[in-house]
Design a protein around this ligand. Structure first.
Ligand SMILES: [Zn+2]
Ligand SMILES: [Zn+2]
Length: 350
């Protein structure tokens, strides 16, 4: 049993996204059926659509920054009711029993989480999952977030990936007042990192090669700018940072940044998902510095982030598009021509 839903899909790595009909399962007893209002456009969507990671299942429907309203619920759902404003991020299921799942860190599930798109759903006959570039999605209630009504729902959509990806390490490493936090790189992730670190009360420094981006970051809440290509400026800031959030989306050398860390301070990688060049271990030893990685966030901390955003008025800076402009939006993303996230208005999908 299934429901036919209008969507946008691509059929191969070299084809554009185009209108396509998909099937969603009829809601099971603990499922929530969601009519999608907005879906953010993440860099991962583009990588997945074009098979850059060599695991794309076609037809491919990307999209994991989903905001919508509950259209119906299974018979045993108690947390949500028809009409509720809700959200779905990168995860739609996981084993629910391993230590990570029990601690609310489903993204690190031992069995592998079921991702919103690009997974074979092992709970349901290894059906390939299809993402949020669609009119509707059906998700187990344990993986649905409550979206606060006082946030602009379109601007809140990118919180579900870009937001939680930066929020989770900032919380895990206790960023707050009295700390100096460097955000490296200003794109979809970096702009949320600046907003969150600022809202958490830290002194925020934008670390970028581009003076223009430095100016933009000041408007988003940064207190200072450090131009990473300026060797003298970098040298003057050695040992001054309590935490560095590295949002650079491709492989790069860490050495220039490691020297900025204080003793026992941490650099967290959240952008690059690929082999990185070596780093000088002496820079770690010298001040007991740490390099860590962090991947999105669990359901519990995603809800905490949304509630924090509601209390502090934090949303993404977005450019709304209609779905027939998605292919052009991908090209613009490749040229870094977006401040800072495209969001699809799903009313444009007929
Ligand atoms: Zn994403
Ligand atoms: Zn698990």
């Amino acid at each position: 049993m299934s429901i036919t839903v209008a969507a946008y899909a691509t059929q191969s790595a070299t084809e554009n996204l185009a209108p396509f009909s998909i099937e969603r399962r009829t809601p099971e007893k603990d499922d929530v059926s969601i009519d999608i209002l907005y879906c953010g456009v993440c860099h991962s969507d583009l990588h997945y659509a074009r098979n850059d990671w060599n695991f794309t299942i076609y037809p491919a429907v990307p999209g994991h920054e989903i905001v919508g309203r509950v259209a119906g619920t299974g018979s045993e759902v108690t947390s949500f009711k028809t009409g509720d404003l809700v959200a779905v991020g990168c995860l739609v299921d996981s084993c629910r029993t391993c230590a990570s799942c029990e601690e609310g860190l489903e993204q690190y599930c031992d069995q592998g989480a079921v991702m919103t798109y690009g997974s074979l759903d092992y709970k349901r006959g290894k059906q390939p999952t299809l993402g949020g570039y669609a009119k509707n999605i059906v998700v187990n209630e344990g993986y649905v977030l409550r979206m606060p009504e006082n946030l602009n729902p379109a601007a809140a959509a990118p919180l579900l990936c870009a937001g939680i990806t930066t929020w989770s390490p900032l919380k895990e490493w206790n960023v707050g007042p009295g700390m100096t936090v460097g955000v490296i790189g200003l794109g979809g992730l970096g702009h949320m990192g600046v907003k969150f670190a600022h809202a958490m009360g830290a002194r925020v420094v934008m670390i970028t090669t581009s003076p223009d981006k430095g100016n933009d970051a000041m408007k988003l809440g940064a207190d200072d700018v450090l131009i990473s290509s300026d060797k003298d400026a970098m040298k003057a800031q050695r040992g001054k940072f309590d935490f560095l959030l590295d949002t650079i989306p491709v492989g790069h050398s860490l050495n220039p940044y490691l020297l900025l860390l204080k003793r026992d301070a941490t650099l967290a990688i959240v952008g690059a998902i690929e082999p990185m060049d070596g780093f000088h271990a002496g820079m770690l030893l010298a001040r007991r510095r740490r390099i860590v990685g962090s991947s999105i966030g669990g359901i519990k901390e995603t809800q905490e982030m949304l509630d924090f955003c509601a209390a502090n008025g934090v949303v993404s800076d977005i450019e709304m598009i209609s779905i027939d402009n998605i292919n052009e939006a991908y090209e613009r993303m490749l040229n870094n021509d977006v401040k800072y996230r495209f969001v699809i208005d799903m009313a444009s999908l007929k």
